[in-house]
Design a protein around this ligand. Structure first.
Ligand code: NAG
Ligand code: NAG
Ligand code: NAG
Ligand code: NAG
Ligand code: NAG
Ligand code: NAG
Ligand code: NAG
Ligand code: NAG
Ligand code: NAG
Ligand code: NAG
Ligand code: NAG
Ligand code: NAG
Length: 584
């Protein structure tokens, strides 16, 4: 049970009058209004007291699927930027004073959406918040407002989505929290961020731009290096068009399945999981799959992962597929190999990295044409829409074709977007000194078989931070310095921000508790606690190896070592000579 100073009493300067307040006592419009930071105290942010709403809610479930029920104060308030005349709506959830543990929690969103839910911190005794970012983000996806019209980019929405809205929501939310509970201004509020995919990018944006505001950030599979990442979604289709072969989806699935089967034992345990995609890359030749038989029954299916735009149906398109019965061709393997090799320009210079071998090839899915009874081009809208709206500045939801599109075109698109969004969406600033020097802790993870955001994309950023911040240290010293506050883990076999139906591997389920222990109790993790969620090893705890060490199992037992393997490590290292700018 905590006791709290009543804000107004403390403000009068009365000596340490403490009273146990109830939620109903604190959850009033006037208490929230008196907790608002005054104009001029947070540069450029003017809270609007007249917009405050506050209502106590009891026995509510949180929006995040945790099992408990919670009592909290539901607060909304708007602010404007000095001189701008805009309005940004914030919502906050303040737990009962008896549950509040001096924490503030921010959740990441996904796709082109910020989180709309402020209740994710309740299970940790944390206040939490969400922002409409000034473009009605509770209802609208950023890609739906990014253009005012053809050629006319909405920079306000772009900066707000990129990093600004979350930073402001957090900074304001911590101030209101102190006033709301009557804490003194120098009292610590432990501040956490947790997100995956674009939520991971959002977390990285906060580490990079608002580092002093956060104590612990958990970032999964961040969708950063945004220009390269988004254009890469149309890379597989470009490979197919360039090579003139549109494989039946079943053929690619077979290639992936056969790769998993072949590479599973390379890590020392045959458990259906490719825990060492690096050994697979170094030792397995996809050509050995040529001639293997595949069969998939006819189906009406939806494909292409999650829809990025709220205008498009969630989970994207439905399509009919006939039964597919054949053998893996040399052309099919050539497509898979080129996709895994990653984008190079016509001079053979590398432009980007790719998904790890054994990751499924979702973006390479082709579309069946009932009339011609053949497979043909399908452009994933994740990439197609990015090119039309963000690169070409045309208000279209998808590219209609890839006519005249070559690998060099993709590189040009990336270059255009890198330059245009370098200080907003790109989100790859590698100097994290403000975050690190104020004690921030970063837990970064990525599924090793992520089919949407290449795993090596995260490795590259980790390496950029290490080399930019610790350039003067030896390898060993820089590793030691970094892992004190920035730890990175690959999740064997995992897909995009979740488990993988093709590989029954482990997944972290306890990240926030690990982070709280690290931040508040100084318990620095050395491995990452995960649980296998299906298959023959369901329920097994795996304490994952911290990058750059790699797992190596012993004879199918449940024990693995974390080894240093230079050849494996090198297989994850990339340079991008197709770009003149440094790529962090
Ligand atoms: C702060 O500024 C806003 C407009 O920017 C105004 O509406 C509000 O009344 C001001 N608050 C105070 C306490 O002056
Ligand atoms: C919340 O649930 C508890 C336990 O079921 C009950 O005692 C209490 O009356 C409920 N409160 C409200 C406001 O519904
Ligand atoms: C919180 O308050 C806002 C503003 O009154 C309201 O729109 C919203 O529905 C409330 N949330 C819940 C969960 O009741
Ligand atoms: C934007 O450009 C596209 C492609 O040229 C065109 O189809 C569309 O009608 C244009 N929209 C507007 C509002 O002009
Ligand atoms: C690939 O493996 C998955 C999971 O075991 C299975 O459901 C699917 O039918 C397989 N596909 C092919 C083409 O072998
Ligand atoms: C894979 O095997 C094929 C056919 O044997 C060969 O042409 C190719 O060079 C091999 N690839 C690698 C990377 O060794
Ligand atoms: C697939 O094709 C092979 C050879 O053409 C044939 O023997 C087999 O019966 C077919 N399988 C199915 C399920 O149609
Ligand atoms: C394609 O053809 C199949 C078989 O003739 C039919 O069942 C299906 O409805 C057709 N799909 C579309 C989208 O026309
Ligand atoms: C995008 O356009 C391509 C080409 O017209 C089409 O194949 C694909 O299904 C479209 N994707 C979506 C999600 O609409
Ligand atoms: C593609 O290139 C050809 C030849 O340069 C040109 O005639 C055609 O208009 C181009 N098509 C598109 C869609 O740009
Ligand atoms: C791992 O996390 C689980 C909860 O997911 C917990 O029960 C277990 O004690 C943790 N194990 C270790 C070694 O930290
Ligand atoms: C591990 O298990 C697989 C099949 O489950 C078996 O083929 C293999 O021989 C075993 N390896 C060792 C080293 O026991």
């Amino acid at each position: 049970m905590h006791t709290y100073k009543i804000a107004t009493v403390a403000a009068l300067g009365a000596a340490a009058v403490t009273t146990a307040s109830s939620l109903a006592d604190l959850c009033t419009v006037s208490n929230v209004q008196s907790a608002l930071p005054s104009n001029g105290t947070l540069l450029g942010i003017n809270l609007l007291p007249s917009t405050v709403t506050a209502s106590a809610l009891y026995n509510q479930s949180s929006g995040t699927g945790s099992s408990g029920t919670y009592n909290y104060c539901n607060v909304t308030v708007s602010y404007t930027h000095t001189g701008k005349g805009d309005a940004v709506v914030l919502k906050y959830a303040f737990p009962s004073p008896s549950d509040f543990e001096n924490r503030f929690y921010v959740a990441g969103g996904g796709g082109f959406s910020l989180s709309t839910d402020a209740t994710g911190g309740l299970e940790y005794g944390a206040a939490g918040g969400a922002t409409d970012a000034g473009y009605d983000a509770f209802e609208t996806s950023y890609d739906d407002v990014v253009l005012y019209g053809n050629g006319s980019l909405n920079w306000d929405a772009t900066y707000m989505f990129s990093y600004q809205a979350l930073g402001e929501m957090t900074k304001v939310g911590k101030e209101i929290s102190k006033g709301f509970y009557g804490l003194s201004s120098d009292e610590k509020i432990y501040t956490y961020f947790e997100g995956c995919s674009d939520g991971g990018r959002e977390g990285m944006s906060q580490v990079q731009r608002w580092g002093e505001e956060y104590d612990g950030v958990i970032a999964g599979a961040p969708a950063f290096r945004f220009a390269q990442q988004q254009v890469t979604h149309v890379f597989p289709a470009t490979v197919e068009k360039t090579q003139g072969y549109y494989p039946p989806p079943c053929e690619l699935q077979k290639i992936v399945n056969a790769t998993i089967a072949a590479c599973d034992p390379l890590d020392g345990r045959t458990d259906g999981v490719v825990s060492r995609s690096d050994l697979c890359k170094l030792n397995f030749n996809l050509s050995s799959i040529i001639g293997e038989h595949y069969y998939c029954a006819a189906e009406t299916s939806s494909s292409l992962g999650f829809g990025f735009s709220k205008r498009q149906a969630a989970g994207s398109t439905t399509s009919y597929q006939p039964a597919q019965n054949g053998t893996v061709t040399a052309q099919g393997v050539a497509i898979a190999q080129a996709v895994y090799d990653g984008l190079h320009n016509s001079a053979g210079e590398r432009a980007y990295l790719s998904w790890q071998i054994a990751a499924s090839l979702d973006d390479a899915d082709t579309e069946y044409n009932n009339d011609t009874e053949s497979w043909g081009l399908e452009i994933p809208s994740t990439g197609g829409e990015y090119v039309t709206k963000f690169v070409e500045l045309l208000d279209l939801d998808n590219l209609s074709n890839l006519d005249n599109v070559t690998y060099d075109t993709l590189v040009d698109w990336m270059n255009t977007a890198i330059v245009r969004y370098l200080d907003s969406l790109q989100t790859t600033l590698p100097d994290l000194t403000p975050f690190q020097s104020t004690g921030g802790k970063l837990l970064h993870y990525h599924g090793e078989s992520d089919p949407s955001i290449p795993t090596a994309s995260s490795v590259h950023y980790w390496q950029s931070v290490r080399s930019i911040m610790y350039n003067d240290l030896t390898d060993e010293e820089s590793l030691a310095a970094l892992e004190d506050w920035y730890q990175f883990y690959l999740i064997p076999g995992a897909a995009h921000c979740g488990t993988n139906t093709l590989q029954p591997g482990p997944y972290p389920e306890n990240n926030m508790n690990i982070m709280i222990d690290w931040v508040e109790n100084g318990v620095k993790p050395t491995r990452l606690n995960t649980t296998v969620s299906s298959g023959q090893y369901e329920g097994e705890t795996q304490m994952l190896c911290q990058w750059p060490t790699r797992p190596l199992w012993h004879g199918n037992s449940s024990n693995f070592e974390c080894v240093n393997d230079q050849k494996s490590y090198d297989s994850w290292m990339y340079t991008f000579p197709a770009f003149k700018l440094p790529v962090y």
